[in-house]
Design a protein. Structure first.
Length: 68
């Protein structure tokens, strides 16, 4: 079975006052569609984007993304 990247972005957005995908995308520098695809596991973000997402929520990269 292939390994894949999992994320907790939806949960992090919820706990950040129900931040929208569009707002997160704007803060990170990507489109709302990109955030949606990352959340759904259809797209793996660049390392830079992954770090930016974690930074927006003030969490370590490992709390936003995991590899299994």
């Amino acid at each position: 079975m292939a390994k894949s990247i999992h994320n907790t972005i939806r949960t992090l957005r919820f706990h950040a006052g129900e931040m929208t995908q569009a707002e997160l995308g704007q803060r990170v520098g990507v489109t709302r569609q990109t955030i949606a695809a990352i959340e759904q596991g259809k797209y793996s973000p660049s390392l830079e984007t992954a770090f930016k997402i974690a930074e927006v929520f003030g969490v370590p990269l490992e709390q936003a993304f995991s590899w299994s």
